[in-house]
Design a protein around this ligand. Structure first.
Ligand SMILES: *[C@@H]1O[C@H](CO)[C@@H](O)[C@H](O)[C@H]1NC(C)=O
Ligand SMILES: *[C@@H]1O[C@H](CO)[C@@H](O)[C@H](O)[C@H]1NC(C)=O
Ligand SMILES: *[C@@H]1O[C@H](CO)[C@@H](O)[C@H](O)[C@H]1NC(C)=O
Ligand SMILES: *[C@@H]1O[C@H](CO)[C@@H](O)[C@H](O)[C@H]1NC(C)=O
Ligand SMILES: *[C@@H]1O[C@H](CO)[C@@H](O)[C@H](O)[C@H]1NC(C)=O
Length: 492
């Protein structure tokens, strides 16, 4: 199947409340970022890298639930550049998602200001470039959303909070860059994201256990792990207690399921340490079954409050009637970047010139109803390599890789990225309640580049600010919409 792949979904539930564009009471965080080329040496030999304000990676964004984030990005590269905020939901505001189906990339030597609110979210996220293969050269960083003070967090404040951005091609550089300090008896939070391009990683803290506390915006049931598999595009938060003999230890990131196993070694250091880290690295697990079994242990903590006071589990997703089943098979998805971003073509009412709706069929064929809010999406992988699928704008329930009757309809973790094991499949459940144009993409970057992504257009029946914000005035425009008169913005 060629061309643009679209799933239309007419009507979206509008969240109640006045159509406020500026969230008066919520604080603003302002950033100015210069994106430049520079020489970096992630694999030992110098290569051209992409820096933001001369940092690689980083800068980290440290925000709190409902903060308004304003980032003025100056593109000093000689090619177009665009960043996406992986896992940030951009309620009513897919304009800021920063993928090529919604935004024109920032032309060279110009700037663009992202404006978004981290509404009703907590947790550990990352941002990275989506243009060309820029992600391999850098331009990424961490994005934290802390809980508001009045919301209870189901664990004590850690003594410090560290971010580890791990990636299959980053290994050697990490050793030089990272030194995490831990004092005996204290507990530290590590936010671990796989910002790689291809490979699942297994993360271990030499000699220490991890308590898993958060996964892509959800508080999990806190279990202890010796090691954790983190697939491309995923982020976890763990607590690590410094309870071992004071010396140096390695944080070990091993690539999973590849013939050549690379091991990275950022170091954690106890002050006044007595010795260097033991070169004996714990061997990572090897089988798929191990990884699948670990996935089954991840549970949503139904009584914990995430971004709001009410417990996460007060949303009983298992009682929602499934209105549509959409099956996506790797090989059947082949998307070509449009000459005009899909979202802009739709907004300017020239969607028919840019793409076709519904050129993906549900399988088994479902009765195509216009109100299909609660679909289940099944990702099938008939290949021997692992897949990792992300949905922007949403958090979904990762209910399987299980038989239908074994779907976890009670406490599956609500998250934004799901791995699909080889010759296997995964099912996710969600309600399409966030209007906009949203990207379903493979996080395996060569697959993504070759077209393994598609867009879901979640439309409302009326153009209303209750459902969706207007296009920002300063959006860069190109393609067929460049010279067209701007559609009348909605003011209701
Ligand atoms: C970004 O670049 C401009 C122009 O070179 C410079 O004036 C400014 O200080 C830089 N800002 C940062 C945060 O590096
Ligand atoms: C991040 O923000 C929180 C809440 O404002 C603050 O307590 C913390 O010190 C900040 N951390 C860093 C590293 O800036
Ligand atoms: C570009 O930067 C200037 C100076 O900071 C700012 O006034 C302007 O709004 C920015 N333009 C865009 C499109 O963000
Ligand atoms: C679940 O969250 C509650 C807070 O509501 C906390 O007291 C409890 O320890 C958590 N359970 C687990 C297993 O993490
Ligand atoms: C789901 O469908 C059943 C049977 O049609 C109905 O009784 C029930 O109320 C529906 N539940 C929801 C949450 O809509």
């Amino acid at each position: 199947m060629g061309g643009r792949v679209m799933l239309p979904l007419l009507l979206c539930l509008s969240a109640a409340g006045p159509p406020l564009l500026v969230q008066g009471g919520d604080p603003y965080l302002f950033f100015t970022w210069n994106v430049t080329y520079s020489s970096i040496s992630p694999l030992g030999t110098p290569q051209q890298g992409i820096l933001i304000n001369n940092q690689f990676p980083r800068p980290n964004i440290n925000s709190t639930t409902n903060n308004n984030i304003v980032i003025n990005v100056f593109n000093y590269l000689d090619e177009p550049f665009l960043l996406t905020w992986n896992g940030i939901q951009h309620r009513k505001n897919s304009w800021q998602d920063g993928v090529l189906g919604t935004n024109c990339p920032i032309p060279p030597k110009t700037n663009y200001t992202y404006r978004f609110q981290v509404k009703d979210q907590i947790g550990s996220y990352m941002y990275y470039p989506v243009t060309a293969m820029h992600k391999v050269a850098g331009g990424f960083g961490g994005l934290r959303i802390n809980s508001r003070l009045l919301i209870p967090v189901p664990y004590d404040d850690p003594s410090d909070d560290y971010t580890i951005l791990a990636g299959d091609w980053l290994q050697k550089m990490m050793a030089k860059m990272n030194l995490f300090s831990m004092e005996l008896g204290k507990t530290y939070k590590y936010r671990i994201c796989n910002v790689g391009i291809k490979t699942a990683l297994n993360i271990q803290f030499q000699g220490h256990n991890m308590r898993l506390v958060e996964m892509e915006g959800s508080h999990t049931m806190q279990s202890m792990y010796d090691s954790l598999d983190v697939h491309v595009g995923q982020c976890y938060s763990v607590l690590v207690m410094a309870n071992r003999e004071p010396m140096d230890y390695y944080v070990v990131a091993s690539t999973r399921f590849t013939r050549q196993m690379v091991t990275a070694t950022p170091i954690i250091r106890y002050p006044n340490e007595k010795g260097v880290a033991s070169p004996k690295l714990p061997p990572p697990p090897t089988s798929w079954a191990w990884s699948l079994n670990q996935f089954r242990t991840f549970r949503w903590n139904l009584t914990a409050s995430a971004a709001r006071l009410n417990p996460q589990g007060s949303y009983h997703y298992g009682s929602i009637n499934i209105t549509r089943t959409i099956k996506l098979i790797n090989a059947a998805v082949s998307y070509v970047e449009p000459s005009t971003p899909l979202k802009l073509a739709e907004y300017y009412n020239v969607a028919d010139k840019g793409f076709k709706y519904d050129n993906i069929v549900d399988d088994p064929p479902a009765e195509i109803s216009k109100i299909t809010l609660d679909p289940i999406i099944i990702f099938e992988n008939h290949e021997n390599a692992i897949q990792s699928w992300h949905l922007s704008g949403y958090s979904f329930f990762a209910v399987a890789p299980e038989k239908r009757k074994n779907y976890n309809i009670l406490d599956a973790v609500s998250r934004h990225t799901i791995q699909v094991f080889p010759q296997s499949w995964a099912a996710i459940l969600l309600t399409f309640d966030n209007c906009g144009m949203w990207n379903i993409r493979s996080e395996i970057w060569d697959r993504h580049y070759l077209g393994q992504q598609l867009y879901v257009s979640v439309l409302s029946s009326a153009r209303s600010l209750k459902d969706e914000y207007n296009m920002p005035d300063d959006s860069p425009l190109y393609g067929i919409v460049e010279s067209m008169p701007k559609p009348q913005p909605s003011n209701v």
